[in-house]
Write a protein that binds this ligand. Structure first.
Ligand code: PLP
Length: 426
């Protein structure tokens, strides 16, 4: 980890050109890499030497950008994935297999819920979803002998529940398993979960990190803090020989790099969800201004939230940034400098009024996206979460009339003016 401040890391980390090399991280638009002898290449396939041979496993552009994200989070190793979904999938499947179990906060992104509740279940991994506000006793009761990880989001999309990271970290560690945090909404600018006991961090880099809605991508970062060997019986994939690499043991050979090395050498090799180097290049440009954009998103979101709060047609406004919000205190603890640019609200006219208001917006667009420079809205019950019934929606913290408003970095007065004229149509 470099000693620079976050702002400097956003701009400088991950890539240091030598004499005469390109100043900007180049796009290594190459599937493969050249060697002089068969022996040299063979050593790469045995994980005896570090190096590039095929972009499905590793690419220098991706590694430079992953190193920047790693530095921002304060981790020891990181990798890029083709999407946030791939990151959430790999983060679990790197340490769980058929017959295992995970504990997950119930307020999570809809795609993550589907992945953990349904898709990995078909692969034999069960999930128990717990109310993020549950007591320590309730949380502890969710664990089983075969539990391998705990998962939650710093700020849940779209419920905007702030996770008590320390509470979840303590419970995970008491049961000898790591805490994995999806830090997409907070970004390392506002929260660094490793500082609160999280062991692994995942990202949908598609959101604020890219910030321009240009490229889908994901990332996994390892803090290096979880001692896999101390719980060797739970994590045989990391602590016993991998026959597909002549019996190497990841924890013995790679130490703190074991988790990311295994995810790259085994999961990426076999499942192949690498981020394209082109997308990694775009992501890196986004990262260079992350520290400038995130505070502006937060500032604008607070202005819009305050405007909505005072509007007669608005039933409720939800953002942990607003004093009086249920999660305000937790947000102050974990994210004293700001939360995120996403807020939610509902109208007194209910679901129908919400849809009418959205349809009347002129600048703010209806898109299946959050967290990019342009303001946008979405109605989760009709869009991202439409596979859930009302009960599941409420458990995920999503009211049926909820509008998710991703406040962009335009002039706040223009955003408010658009919302104002749309509310007048309702
Ligand atoms: C969007 C999102 C994901 C999924 O990421 P993709 O890049 O769309 O695959 C995961 N977690 C959170 C919090 C998200 O907002």
């Amino acid at each position: 980890m470099s000693s620079y401040n976050l702002e400097t890391k956003c701009v400088q980390s991950g890539y240091e050109p030598k004499k005469g090399e390109p100043r900007v991280v180049p796009i290594y638009q190459s599937t493969t890499f050249k060697y002089d002898t068969s022996e040299q290449m063979g050593r790469l396939f045995d994980l005896e030497d570090a190096g590039y041979f095929y972009t499905r496993l590793q690419n220098p552009t991706n590694d430079a950008v992953a190193a920047k994200i790693c530095d921002l989070e304060g981790g020891v190793a990181a990798m890029l994935t083709s999407s946030g979904q791939a990151a959430s999938f790999y983060a679990i499947m790197n340490i769980a297999q058929a017959g295992d179990h995970i504990v997950c906060a119930s307020a999570v992104y809809g795609g993550t819920y589907n992945l953990y509740a349904h898709t990995i279940k078909k692969m034999g991994v069960d999930a128990t979803f717990v109310d993020p506000d549950c007591s320590e006793e309730e949380l502890n009761a969710a664990f089983r002998d075969n539990t391998k990880a705990v998962f939650g989001e710093t700020i849940a999309n779209p419920a905007l529940v702030v996770l008590d990271i320390e509470k979840f970290a303590n419970a995970a560690h008491a049961h000898g398993v790591p805490l994995i945090i999806d830090n997409t909404f907070a970004t390392p600018i506002n929260c660094r979960p490793f500082e609160w006991g999280a062991d692994i961090v995942t990202h949908s880099t598609t959101k604020y990190m890219d910030g321009h809605a240009a490229a889908v991508g994901g990332a996994i970062v390892d803090s290096g803090n979880f001692d896999w060997s101390a719980h060797a019986d739970k994590f045989p994939g990391l602590t016993t020989p991998d026959e597909t690499y002549h019996g190497i043991v990841y924890t013995e050979k790679f130490g703190k790099g074991a988790y990311i090395t295994k995810a790259t050498a085994q999961l990426m090799r076999d499942l192949g969800s690498i981020q394209s180097p082109q997308n990694a290049f775009l992501l890196n440009i986004g990262l260079e201004t992350l520290h400038l954009r995130v505070p502006r998103h937060c500032e604008n979101a607070l202005k819009v939230a305050k405007y909505l709060k005072n509007h007669e047609k608005v039933a409720w406004v939800n953002t942990p940034a607003l004093e009086g919000d249920k999660y305000y205190e937790l947000a102050q603890k974990y994210m004293p400098n700001g939360t995120c640019g996403v807020i939610t609200f509902g109208l007194k006219g209910g679901r129908e009024a919400s849809v009418k208001m959205m349809d009347s917006l002129k600048m703010v667009a209806i898109v299946t996206h959050v967290a990019d420079a342009r303001s946008c809205v979405l109605h989760p019950a009709s869009h991202t979460h439409r596979q859930m019934n009302d009960q599941e929606l409420l458990e995920a913290g999503v009211q049926p009339d909820l509008i998710r408003f991703s406040v962009g970095i335009e002039n706040a007065d223009d955003i408010i003016a658009d919302v104002d004229q749309a509310l007048a149509q309702v």
